[in-house]
Design a protein around this ligand. Structure first.
Ligand SMILES: Cc1ncc(COP(=O)(O)O)c(C=O)c1O
Length: 487
């Protein structure tokens, strides 16, 4: 079966003159991206319609579903974000049919901002499941949601006579920690509640030896895979999978129509389809690399004295490497900057005391050697005293657990004012405060800003982290708080 890309390549040979969008008309003179434009079309004859698929797009989505073991899979051209928005909206709309109550979601606090955006749009109440941190030596990274916590929260909700529309879990996390999805699914299903797994960072799960199992295989009802994050697919490409009888698929399609563009890019969709072909035909050659490379990195780092690479017990995802500086006087940001400026390596993210790297099947031996060599050199700098820190080591009082005063929708739509961070203690946040990356909110609208949060936000900004929702003007950092001081 020819994939979408093969069909697009035949466009020129068909020699149909394009009296249609896009405006570049596939003209080779259309600018520096003319090569890409040559296969860039919209829903013209013979190329189906993503929002009402009956031809080649339906076949391509069926290939994706078969490859992942889903009952149905949907192409996303607006990232995993569109999948989270559609999945949460669909389960909340389904919940409204059953009850007049405001829909309730149980969600890991480490969820990506798109979960809070979806809750805002659905006017849902979110009850947070607090992940336990994972510690290894002096290194501490955010962990995952635990089944016992899901059981406790569902038992409480059931006791109140108000079961949630869904349990929303992120696995793997940005740091590569994997949740016990089979147990979470078993518990949620025993209450008749759907499970949505944000597997945006784990589109490779379930393929090839040494990879963790996929959330679909564990029985999750809705799963979001951002293929662009760890597989060879263009930025913005992702998949939403569904299985079982819990979720109303018509509603899901309705929300996909709402959240996805009416002019989906065939370049992006062809990229997903080609990626699926590679996954199906040669998963080992695509995914053997990260497993092997991670092993090599862990073995090599055993001789380093200061930098620590978190083991596979803490970071189960072979595609994530987390290097901790916790046992040194270096911050995560400083390690990140040294690697970028001195060694021309661009990590994925700097945390307070760690740097995160993504490995994929497209990495090269040269790339791996450069990483190992550079990290060993930095370890040497720490050993011989050549490195002197210019930053204060961040001192954060554990994972923040802000007090929830109002729902996200209530608070985000309420009258608010801009306030210097110095005056914000005790006030109620009226915006999303999100360090990016990783895109996990520290505060969502409706949560109390306490003293330790003010301290944390100051420390993050002064250490050079980008925090969405904070503004800096004339040296003053400010955020939006509810005008009402009491909520
Ligand atoms: C855990 C998680 N979920 C969802 C998303 C959104 O995915 P996308 O960037 O594909 O829209 C991200 C993005 O970084 C993420 O980290």
């Amino acid at each position: 079966m020819p994939d979408l890309y093969d069909q697009l390549k035949k466009l020129d040979k068909h020699a149909r003159y394009p009296y249609h969008m896009p405006g570049h008309k596939r003209n080779p003179e259309a600018g520096p991206l003319a090569d890409v434009m040559a296969i860039d079309i919209t829903e013209i004859d013979g190329f189906d319609d993503l929002h009402n698929p009956g031809g080649i797009l339906r076949e391509a989505q069926q290939r994706a579903a078969k490859t992942y073991g889903a009952e149905e899979s949907f192409f996303l051209v607006n990232g995993g974000t569109a999948g989270v928005l559609a999945a949460v909206s669909a389960v909340c709309a389904q919940d409204r049919e059953k009850s007049q109550d405001q829909p309730l979601l149980l969600a890991g606090r480490g969820s990506h901002q798109s979960l809070a955006h979806a809750a805002y749009l659905a006017d849902a109440e979110v009850r947070w499941l607090w992940e336990e941190d994972r510690a290894e030596g002096e290194a501490v990274i955010p962990g995952t949601v635990y089944p016992a916590e899901v059981m406790e929260a569902l038992t409480a909700a059931s006791g109140e006579g108000h079961l949630p529309a869904a349990v929303f879990v992120t696995s793997p996390t940005y740091y590569g920690a994997v949740a016990d999805i089979p147990s979470i699914v078993e518990i949620a299903h025993s209450f008749g509640v759907s499970v949505i797994v944000d597997e945006a960072h784990g589109a490779h799960f379930g393929f090839g030896q040494g990879m963790p199992d996929s959330a679909l295989h564990a029985g999750a009802d809705l799963v979001i895979d951002s293929v662009h994050k760890t597989l060879p697919s263009l930025t913005q490409t992702a998949l939403l999978h569904v299985q079982g009888k819990q979720v109303d698929r018509d509603r899901l399609r309705r929300f996909l129509r709402i959240f996805q563009t009416s002019s989906p890019s065939y370049v992006l969709m062809a990229s997903i389809d080609s990626c699926i072909t590679m996954l199906r035909e040669k998963p080992e050659s695509l995914l053997g690399g990260p497993v092997l490379y991670k092993q090599l990195i862990l073995e090599t780092s055993a001789s380093w004295k200061y930098l620590h690479i978190l083991s596979r017990a803490a970071v189960q995802d072979p595609c994530k490497i987390v290097v901790s500086t916790a046992a040194t006087h270096m911050t995560g940001r400083e390690l990140y900057d040294i690697l970028l400026e001195n060694y021309h390596l661009q990590p994925e993210m700097a945390g307070e005391n760690e740097v995160v790297f993504i490995l994929t099947g497209m990495d090269t031996e040269e790339g791996l050697e450069a990483l190992l060599w550079s990290l060993a050199a930095v370890d040497g700098m720490l050993a011989d005293g050549t490195f002197t820190s210019s930053a204060e080591k961040p001192q954060f009082p554990g994972t923040p657990h802000p007090e929830v005063i109002r729902t996200i929708t209530d608070a985000w739509d309420a009258p608010s004012e801009k306030l210097p961070l110095d005056d914000a203690e005790g006030r109620i946040c009226a915006d999303m405060i999100v360090p990016y990356p990783p895109g996990t909110p520290l505060l969502v609208p409706g949560e109390r800003i306490d003293a330790s949060m003010v301290q944390r936000l100051k420390a993050l900004t002064s250490a050079g982290y980008s925090v969405r929702g904070l503004e800096k003007e004339d040296g003053v950092i400010s955020l939006r708080a509810l005008s009402s001081k009491t909520g």
